[in-house]
Design a binder for this molecule. Sequence first.
Ligand code: ADP
Length: 300
Amino acid sequence: MKTYEDLEGDGGSNIIGQVVQLGEKLRSRLDKIKHKVALMSGKGGVGKSTVALNLSLALAKTGAKVGLLDADIYGPSIPLMLGMKDAAMQVEDNKLQPPESNGIKVVSFGFFAEQEHQAAIYRGPIISGIVKQFLVDTNWSDLDYLIVDLPPGTGDIPLTLAQTIPITGILVVTTPQEVASSVAVKAIGMFDKLNVPMLGVVENMSYFECSKCNEKHYIFGNGGAEKISEKHNIPFLGAIPLNSGIMEGSDLGKPVMITQPDSPSAEAFTVTAKNIAAQCSIVAAKLQEEMQAETTPPAN
Ligand code: ADP
């Protein structure tokens, strides 16, 4: 029997060639998507999925074509938040056809009936494979924005994503208190090491605006996201208030951006979405400049 020591080179499997080919396939399939924005947080429960969904809807309201990938395999919550629990993903021409809701295309592991029982037992390589497949084998067509809702922390999925596709930028979601902002900083460190651009930071549950006294109450403290912004030199893109309408809307499958479009909460999402769009254009223009500089021969 031969051992690996008896094989020459890679034994004829061309493993490196295969990996390079797969990488190229991934990139070319996603070329038609202008901006790929991934939302991350240091810890769970800061409202990352709620923010990802309402920002997607706010971007769609500006006329942009938007896709939302719920990459939180262990706890996919987007279908519930959109009232799409019974939606199913069809396969046509070997491609997943993403169901649509309120003008956005949605892909989630939550659309697969068996996930409730199985997700917890999946391990790193399988999870990474599922996310890659969702990215590449979905019929996104041409999108202006693909919003990716990552699971919290610095596990396999954020790592896979950062190494697989050219992400326009990462959006950090945090709440104001130290316990959330300090762990968010660890996740920022990981993306920094991987050279993925930071788009900015969004603070959720920033304050509660009392309808009786019209004053803002800073229930979870003040300034966590601004500190991150200053310390890491990344733009502060918006503050979303703490509001029972946001929570109830999520639980009922009726997002506040749709049901209360004129509310202060929806207004906050709209302003933040506009800042994100501006930031995406800045990052894309910088990238273009860098690419031009690399391909332009130096003048004699
Ligand atoms: P994560 O994705 O970070 O785990 P979720 O988006 O699932 O967090 O939100 C956690 C809970 O907090 C949900 O019940 C959601 O409805 C609620 N929530 C999120 N943001 C707000 C907000 N700004 N005001 C009120 N409730 C919120």
